[in-house]
Design a protein around this ligand. Structure first.
Ligand code: ADP
Length: 274
């Protein structure tokens, strides 16, 4: 309706322009639809733990003369509260990576430090499941980028590797330098022996709120936002994230990011020389 009305008005200007305008409107509508979906998804995701908390608090009141039941309900309230906190934190992270230019305060970031931080973040979850974490190749490598965003990206990949793997398996983090004419890159591969991802789902897992198995994701405190954050961070650093997976065998997520080479180091120390 609207698009046609506009195109009728500008028709005398030529059909090329009309076509461009119609395309523009279509793109604007698409963006608006994505935004509306996102808001709907956020509302739904917030309502779930809030609804549970409300029911559980009623249950606590009804069970006030049964200390064991009160304790059980209180425990579940804690889980829901944690879920809510995770979601809000990831929403903040997502909006930050979408709005900030990560290269504004870029610096050389040591890969061994990123790896150590990512492992630290998952130590507890991995320990409970007796998952072995092994890292290699990160020494003497640096990435040119935003430390906080890079840490969030790698942390999410390692967290997923642990979350979507059965007990007593192994998670590996392997880093290496890739030499290329357009500039060297650093590749960090996170490999697990977990449940894997089907061909069909591989295309969608990087979308905000997409989960293969929502119940499983929620059970591990997942929000469905992690890989969307990883993808954004990789792209805004001039890199990319790719996935290889075999269902039931495991997955490898690979981050490719620009190396903090000598030229970049100089540019940072003497910004006006470059
Ligand atoms: P979540 O918070 O649910 O983990 P993500 O955006 O990090 O959200 O991941 C999206 C979905 O991709 C997950 O719900 C899961 O189904 C799938 N996924 C991510 N990483 C892995 C992995 N290492 N192995 C198997 N499935 C994975």
């Amino acid at each position: 309706g609207e698009a046609l009305a506009v195109s009728a008005r500008v028709a005398p200007l030529g059909s090329r322009l009309v076509l461009l305008l119609v395309e523009d409107l279509t793109e604007a509508r698409r963006i608006e639809a994505v935004r509306r979906d996102f808001v709907a998804n956020v509302s739904h995701e917030l309502k779930t733990p809030v609804g549970a908390l409300s029911l559980l608090s009623e249950a606590v009141m009804d069970a006030s003369d049964d200390p064991e039941a009160v304790e059980r309900f209180a425990g579940r309230m804690q889980i829901e509260a944690t879920r809510l906190t995770n979601l809000v934190q990831e929403l903040i992270d997502l909006s930050r990576v979408q709005n900030d230019d990560p290269l504004e305060d870029a610096e050389p970031v040591r890969v061994d430090e990123l790896v150590a931080e990512a492992i630290d973040r998952c130590r507890h979850a991995a320990g409970t499941k007796q998952i072995t974490m092994a890292a290699g190749g990160a020494e003497d490598l640096s990435i040119w980028g935003n430390r906080g965003q890079l840490a969030a990206a790698l942390g999410n990949l390692v967290e997923n590797a642990v979350n979507y793997s059965p007990a007593r398996t192994r998670v590996g983090i392997a880093a290496r330098r890739l030499t290329a004419p357009g500039g060297d890159h650093i590749e960090i591969a996170v490999t697990d022996q977990g449940i894997g991802i089907s061909e069909k789902d591989k295309e969608r897992i990087f979308e905000r709120f997409y989960r293969v198995d929502p119940a499983r994701s929620r059970a591990t405190g997942g929000t469905g936002l992690g890989l969307a954050i990883v993808k954004h961070v990789a792209a805004s650093h001039g890199g990319e994230v790719t996935v290889w997976s075999s269902e039931g065998q495991g997955s490898t997520f690979t981050l490719r990011l620009p190396e903090a080479g000598a030229a970049r180091d100089r540019a940072q120390q003497h910004p006006d020389l470059d």
